[in-house]
Design a protein around this ligand. Structure first.
Ligand SMILES: *[C@@H]1O[C@H](CO)[C@@H](O)[C@H](O)[C@H]1NC(C)=O
Ligand SMILES: *[C@@H]1O[C@H](CO)[C@@H](O)[C@H](O)[C@H]1NC(C)=O
Ligand SMILES: *[C@@H]1O[C@H](CO)[C@@H](O)[C@H](O)[C@H]1NC(C)=O
Ligand SMILES: *[C@@H]1O[C@H](CO)[C@@H](O)[C@H](O)[C@H]1NC(C)=O
Ligand SMILES: *[C@@H]1O[C@H](CO)[C@@H](O)[C@H](O)[C@H]1NC(C)=O
Ligand SMILES: *[C@@H]1O[C@H](CO)[C@@H](O)[C@H](O)[C@H]1NC(C)=O
Ligand SMILES: *[C@@H]1O[C@H](CO)[C@@H](O)[C@H](O)[C@H]1NC(C)=O
Ligand SMILES: *[C@@H]1O[C@H](CO)[C@@H](O)[C@H](O)[C@H]1NC(C)=O
Length: 433
């Protein structure tokens, strides 16, 4: 099934624990000074979100502050969406919300403003006027739910820099009514290449993140600085197309996947399997807002078969045709719960034009919480089948970006990657537990 709003799948409303705290540094400037490097801790947070069809209960969050005087907020980092938003419904004060009434620098966007007519892929319909002539924004999600609010501006303070007049959605409705589920973040930071995204508004030429697999936070860096002294990066170009195609998301970070290897063995697949077709379906997007990785059917099936082939002697397949984890992960294994570690398994490498990401060990298998068969726990392969969800794209999720330095070089239209230990890199930049 080809559905246009598949891209919104990856920007689910996952609201998490307001865990971190915003930086309280002296505020330096009102405009971004390109020589300055802004560093924020990047945390992995859990949230059970069983209601959504496309659940990922782990997200990346950053803490910052918004408004005058500054209010601490925690936002999900999402390279797959455009408009940033904050939860602004103050009748829900049991949860972290941004209180616009308490900010002197807050200002709702009037619907007569040109900002209100900017087209973004996030709006399901063009923004409209509400009864107060304010710009009304509706964000749509994959499960057909939506969130509504007012397009607004306020000052965002990131690591001591003041970005005044930042456009975001101040959302009133659309949050789950289950209090356990909602809750824990104040909003989402849209980081794609659309004109309203955070990076576009700030005019950052480059940003980087490093997701730590450990309890130590990773880091998010904004700025033009050249970090090649840190680690040599391998670059892969961002794919851009000039003509709009129905299934091609032009504001996503699209890279060219060229192959997949299991240990050293490349899957025998023709190149076109990885290339977008004439409708634009089949692009490969790097998405920090999605947990796991999704491959289109032919690539998924080839990977599944090869991984099975190479693990027949070490892993016991969980044979239950009715069990498909999160609707897309149909390759699962039974692991004795008394075993202290997983057996040695082959790595999986994603080969991009000019760069590769290798996933190994524990990162390849995800223990499904709460699932036991006899004395075995259930572990699923962390690559899913896009076809099972009706997604027309390859999505590289954040789980497979752990311990990879990811640089989004907008100026040169490329993504740089390198294997590193992100907890150590975080400490180098002064980010602590
Ligand atoms: C915001 O975070 C800072 C830094 O951690 C903390 O000192 C301050 O108390 C927090 N403010 C509020 C209102 O929670
Ligand atoms: C995901 O949610 C489940 C509950 O649904 C929870 O047990 C688990 O700890 C969460 N996090 C991860 C990483 O699975
Ligand atoms: C950020 O800049 C805006 C606009 O200049 C100003 O009104 C606000 O007070 C500043 N915020 C802080 C915390 O300095
Ligand atoms: C705020 O949330 C409450 C509770 O979910 C809801 O009843 C109310 O309509 C929301 N307010 C607005 C302005 O949407
Ligand atoms: C970054 O710095 C390195 C070494 O200082 C230099 O070789 C490289 O050309 C620089 N790259 C960019 C994009 O400025
Ligand atoms: C794995 O693949 C090889 C070569 O393709 C084949 O000879 C072998 O029988 C396969 N093993 C299993 C267990 O499927
Ligand atoms: C785990 O339990 C099984 C029987 O349930 C036993 O055969 C196996 O030796 C045990 N393994 C460990 C590491 O204790
Ligand atoms: C599960 O493990 C317990 C304790 O080791 C053992 O008594 C029991 O027989 C095992 N059950 C199965 C179904 O293997």
């Amino acid at each position: 099934m080809k559905i246009r709003w598949i891209f919104f799948f990856f920007t689910l409303l996952l609201l998490l624990l307001l865990f971190g705290s915003a930086e309280q540094m002296p505020v330096h400037s009102h405009r971004f000074n390109s020589s300055r490097l802004l560093v924020l801790p990047l945390k992995i947070q859990d949230i059970p979100s069983k209601q959504l069809p496309f659940t990922h209960n782990v997200t990346l969050t950053v803490s910052l502050s918004v408004g005058t005087p500054p209010q601490n907020v925690s936002m999900v980092l999402d390279t797959g969406s455009e408009l940033s938003w904050l939860q602004c419904n103050t009748t829900r004060m049991s949860q972290p919300v941004f209180q616009p009434a308490r900010s002197m620098s807050y200002s709702p966007v009037a619907c007569s403003s040109p900002t209100c007519t900017i087209r973004t892929q996030d709006f399901s319909i063009p923004a409209s006027c509400d009864s107060k002539n304010l710009c009304h924004a509706i964000l749509s999600y994959a499960d057909a739910s939506s969130s509504e609010g007012t397009l607004s501006t306020d000052s965002f303070i990131i690591a001591g820099s003041n970005f005044s007049g930042t456009i975001f959605g101040c959302m009133d409705s659309g949050f789950s009514s289950n209090p356990d589920e909602d809750s824990k973040t104040t909003g989402l930071m849209g980081m794609n290449r659309g004109s309203l995204s955070f990076v576009s508004q700030m005019e950052f030429k480059r940003f980087s993140y490093c997701i730590s697999g450990s309890d130590f936070p990773g880091i998010l860096l904004f700025g033009d600085s050249n970090f090649t002294w840190l680690v040599p990066l391998n670059y892969t170009p961002l794919i851009q197309i000039s003509t709009p195609l129905p299934y091609f998301n032009r504001v996503a970070y699209t890279v060219q996947l060229e192959g997949i290897k299991v240990s050293d063995k490349p899957l025998q697949l023709p190149k076109y399997v990885f290339e977008p077709d004439h409708t634009g379906a089949g692009q490969t997007m790097v998405d920090s807002g999605t947990q796991f990785t999704f491959l289109l059917g032919p690539a998924y099936t080839a990977l599944r078969n090869e991984f099975l082939n190479q693990t027949t002697n070490v892993l016991r397949v969980f044979e239950d045709p009715n069990f498909v984890f999160q609707g897309a992960f149909d390759l699962c294994f039974r692991v004795p719960s008394n075993s202290t570690s997983l057996p040695q398994i082959p790595s999986v490498s994603l080969l991009f034009h000019g760069a590769e990401i290798t996933v190994s060990g524990q990162q390849l298998l995800y223990r499904v919480p709460g699932e036991m068969r006899d004395n075995d726990s259930i572990h699923c392969f962390t690559f899913g089948n896009s076809d099972l969800l009706g997604i027309e794209a390859y999505i590289i999720g954040h789980h497979h970006q752990q311990n990879v330095w990811m640089e989004f070089d907008l100026e040169n239209s490329r993504i740089g990657v390198a294997s590193v230990r992100c907890d150590e890199e975080g400490q180098r930049f002064g980010v602590h537990h």
